[in-house]
Design a binder for this molecule. Sequence first.
Ligand SMILES: [Zn+2]
Length: 179
Amino acid sequence: MNFCYDCGSKLEKRIPDGDNLERDCCTECDSIHYTNPKVIVGTIPTKDNKVLLCKRAIQPRYGLWTLPAGFLENGETIEEGAFRETKEETNTEVKMGNLYAIFNIPQINQVYMLHLAEVIHEDYGKTSESLEVEFFAEKDIPWEELAFPFVPTTLKNFFKDSKKGEYPLRTQIIERKPR
Ligand SMILES: [Zn+2]
């Protein structure tokens, strides 16, 4: 960020009084522009112990399989955002379940929050964001073609928990290797 959202003047990085981190501070008005982590919301859409996965039609990771997820929008609850993202990527309106997984990814300033969801209609299918949308049983998951580290971790936990029929909230940290 180079210019103030409020008055358009130049910003400088400095530690404001009473703070302990450098912030983008306006050189003309008193505005301080904070940047904070982004929240990504999504679901694990299931039916009969199979999981609905999406083959990405967009970059990054074009052509790889993922769980439906995307950035939370202003004014949404995490549940509303997860429902919307699932509809955008799988075309179907799921029945939302409990919050199941939280991933902290501090290196890229992201927090993932994934809900369980039940697929209750037969209208799932490809969308502008997904080349293919298909159910996979555990043995058929394309483990070598999954898009992001949170996907295999979530799927492994899900199939393990599904054997007991109990789905405790799982919170994890994903470490990304420096590039
Ligand atoms: Zn300003």
